[in-house]
Write a protein that binds this ligand. Structure first.
Ligand code: ATP
Ligand code: MG
Length: 755
């Protein structure tokens, strides 16, 4: 009974408790955001350990990030006492567990156990060499592009021999397969592997060496996976190999077991002999699958009961995280997706004083950042009881990382602590540092550090030897490196090629430095990035990050407009860079929606809800309807991060791709239910706003803009309003139909919940 249950079980609801206590056999927890899936996993591990069903080393637990793994370990310690968890060696991400496995069996993959793991840069360089060695033109067949293709294949668990004919043909006149093979051979010679190999090598080893696989079948008594909806095919194969085993493996009675089929596809079809004693528990939410663009297969979660016959499927319906308004808004929004199972969510957190979801309008992104800053400061002021809202409990979740810049700048001005999670701060990003280095040399010719950073960017064939020579000359003559370079360019101490390159560099900087007096600094900055070839470098780059880097560069130029001169801008950045990023500090969290998965905050700000940004144009262009649905799931993830306060923003003007564009509120705003949303009247939501812009005066310049997705109830700032929101808005018929669909499509999964 509940009363003699150990403490860690108390407080769980019956379904959660079932998921924790059903330790034997396959279990899937398919449930919406904030229903306690992660908590179930953590408690389940605690339960397994506390009841002595397994040692910590016999539990394999996969989380989505390393941070989540650390937190889970901590939580388990809290539940059952630190002393009972001496480490959980197999708790981590797919990659971190993959490294560990591969180090133990490296020789079976043709590697030594001290193999190195190459980063993306290394990989691209290596592939470039291979492409050139094949006598192919690496301009026509860019290494970056091929690196991406390889990554895609590895996400699907495909080796050179397995890739589809069409894929192999599409690159380098049909040499795709050969190149891939050459790449793998090269890795082996170098005693190295890439990220994809961390999964693919173990899969290959498990298939080829049943004895090794058997060893792990015996070792891992319990397997647990969080965020199962975002596993890709390779991860899924890897898990199935470990989880599906012939009857008896793991039980001492029949430990010899049957030999395992070497083909992953043949393991664990719902045939009787594969019906296993496997204790795997996966938790996830099909509505939060947001990594389709990186090869995640939401189908993995939807066919769990086929892969693991007899699985117990548990649905959790009570949300413990959010207020009724937040949950209502999120559920209503996600009901617009067609490809989903649909689920009911409810909460008991329904206090009359709870705020509705706030939707705010702003003129542009600067205004947006300012208003968010003010709202944060308002939350920070002590309330009647003298309680202050911690900054740590607030988060700003952006769709695209370039959006962070405006907030970072504003917070530095306000002296508000912030931290960027899951990536560098705006001004610390590679492309921003590069661009800043160009500007610094122009503004301050003696900035040798900056000069060194970009003298060979983009690549101009200036090797280490030349750079050392510039160094030596500079030191000998006590002049800046830029001057030394100019001198060397005119001497005959260098070979013709580097000399020509240096001459160009010197001429460029001389011209730009002159222009500093005459040209507006934003224009000059743009010119510098164009003429140096830096912008083109990223335009020609086919990697997944390149478009984001170009967006960031545009954002950088945009941000300069707010400063009088290049010099004052550089000073500003120096100050921002100096702001401390301290984990201990009470600070607002800034991150992308993608990296916010699984997290929760008291107060969440979601800026930039405009068509083209969110849903993102790229996702719409490339993914069509499924692209839109993935964007909507991302919106659902965003909304459901909030516990208590949720603020959405859209602006009327945003600079996208370097051009000011008047924007249209996101269709997702239209999809929020009136009952749970509070639309702040523009013009009075923050002081002086209406006055400074003069209602309607901007409308004429942008006239005739209409929301193509139906009559908008979100008037853009500056346009004439047609009365207040609640009077004019009624739920359109199609929206009502969508809302009802949640129940209608709710498929019965044979859930045993509640029993
Ligand atoms: P997501 O889908 O966003 O990852 P989740 O389903 O993993 O969400 P959790 O993060 O595990 O949800 O839980 C959400 C919040 O609810 C946490 O703060 C958790 O501590 C709390 N919670 C979960 N179950 C209970 C419970 N039975 N009683 C009280 N609080 C609970
Ligand atoms: Mg979770």
């Amino acid at each position: 009974g509940q009363n003699n249950a150990p403490d860690y079980l108390k407080g769980l609801n019956p379904e959660q408790r079932l998921a924790v206590e059903t330790t034997e056999g396959p279990v899937l927890v398919l449930a919406g955001a904030g229903t306690g899936k992660t908590r179930v996993l953590t408690t389940r591990i605690a339960h397994i350990l506390a009841t002595g069903k397994a040692f910590p080393s016999q539990i394999l637990a996969v989380t989505f990030t390393n941070k989540a793994a650390r937190e889970m370990k901590q939580r388990i310690g809290i539940l059952i006492g630190e002393g009972n968890v001496e480490g959980m060696p197999w708790l981590g991400t797919f990659h971190s567990i993959g490294v560990k496995l591969l180090r133990r069996h490296a020789e079976l993959a043709g590697l030594k156990s001290d193999f190195t793991i190459l980063d993306t840069d290394d990989v691209v360089r290596l592939i470039k060499q291979i492409i050139q060695a094949e006598g192919l033109d690496d301009k026509r067949w860019p290494a970056k592009q091929f690196a991406q293709m390889i990554d895609g294949w590895k996400n699907k668990g495909l080796g050179p021999a397995d890739i589809p004919e069409g894929d192999a043909r599409s690159f380098a006149n049909g040499k795709g397969r050969e190149l891939y093979k050459a790449y793998q051979d090269r890795l082996q010679t170098l005693n190295a592997c890439d990220f994809g190999d961390l999964l693919c090598h173990p899969i290959r080893i498990f298939r080829a060496y049943p004895d090794v696989l058997k060893e792990y079948h015996k070792r891992f008594k319990y397997i647990l996976v969080d965020e199962y909806q975002d596993t890709n095919t390779a991860q899924y194969m890897w898990l199935r190999l470990l989880a599906q085993r012939p009857e008896g493996v793991g039980k001492s009675a029949n430990a010899g077991g049957r030999p395992i089929s070497p083909h992953v596809g043949e393991i664990g079809r719902s045939s009787a002999e594969a019906r296993a004693t496997v204790n795997i528990c996966c938790v996830g939410d099909d509505d939060q699958s947001i990594y389709g663009w990186r090869g995640a297969e939401v189908d993995n979660i939807l066919r769990f009961d086929k892969d693991f016959p007899g699985a117990t499927i548990i649905r959790l319906e009570r949300n413990y995280r959010s207020t009724a308004h937040i949950l209502g808004a999120a559920s209503h929004l996600i009901a617009h997706n067609e490809g989903r199972f649909g689920k009911t969510l409810f909460t008991d957190r329904d206090e009359p004083e709870d705020d509705k979801v706030h939707v705010h309008a702003a003129w542009d992104s600067e205004e947006e950042a300012r208003a968010v800053g003010e709202t944060i400061e308002a939350y920070q002021r002590p309330d009647k009881q003298g309680n202050r809202h911690n900054l740590n409990d607030m988060a700003i979740l952006v769709r695209a990382s370039f959006q962070m810049r405006e907030f970072e700048d504003r917070f530095v001005t306000l002296g508000l602590n912030y931290r960027v999670i899951g990536g560098p701060r705006f001004y610390e990003r590679l492309e921003i540092r590069d661009a800043m280095a160009f500007f610094r040399v122009v503004a301050q010719g003696a900035d040798d550090l900056a000069f060194e950073r970009i003298v060979n960017v983009p690549k101009r064939g200036l090797g280490e030897a030349t750079i050392r020579q510039i160094h030596d000359t500079a030191r000998a003559l006590r002049i800046p490196m830029l001057e030394a370079a100019a001198k060397l360019a005119e001497s005959d101490e260098l070979k013709p090629k580097p000399r020509a390159a240096l001459r160009e560099v010197a001429a460029n900087f001389e011209r730009w430095q002159k222009a500093l007096e005459t040209t507006p600094h934003t224009e000059l900055a743009e010119t510098i990035l164009e003429e140096s070839g830096y912008t083109d470098m990223w335009k020609n780059d086919r990697s997944a990050e390149a478009p984001g880097r170009l967006e960031n560069l545009k954002e950088l130029i945009r941000s300069m407009e707010e400063y009088e001169s290049l010099r004052s801008f550089l000073e500003h950045v120096a100050l921002v860079m100096d702001a401390e990023q301290n984990a201990e500090l009470d600070a607002v969290n800034i991150m992308t929606l993608h990296s916010a998965k699984g997290l929760e905050f008291e107060t969440v700000f979601l800026p930039g809800w405009e068509e083209g940004l969110f849903p993102h144009q790229r996702a719409l262009d490339e993914g069509g309807r499924s692209g839109l649905e993935e964007e909507r799931r991302l919106a659902y993830v965003g909304l459901t991060r909030a516990k208590k306060n949720l603020h959405l923003w859209f602006v009327s003007n945003r600079r996208i791709h370097g051009l000011w564009q008047s924007t249209i509120p996101s269709r997702f705003l239209e999809e929020l239910p009136e009952a749970h949303v509070d639309v702040a009247e523009s013009g009075n939501s923050y002081g002086g706003y209406g006055n400074s812009y003069g209602g309607g005066s901007f409308a004429s310049g942008r006239g005739g803009r209409q929301n193509p997705y139906g009559t908008s109830r979100f008037d853009t700032v500056g346009e004439e309003k047609t009365g207040s929101f609640s009077n004019t808005y009624a739920t359109p018929g199609w929206q009502r139909a969508q809302a009802n669909r949640t129940e209608a499509t709710d498929r019965n999964w044979g859930s045993r919940s509640g029993h």
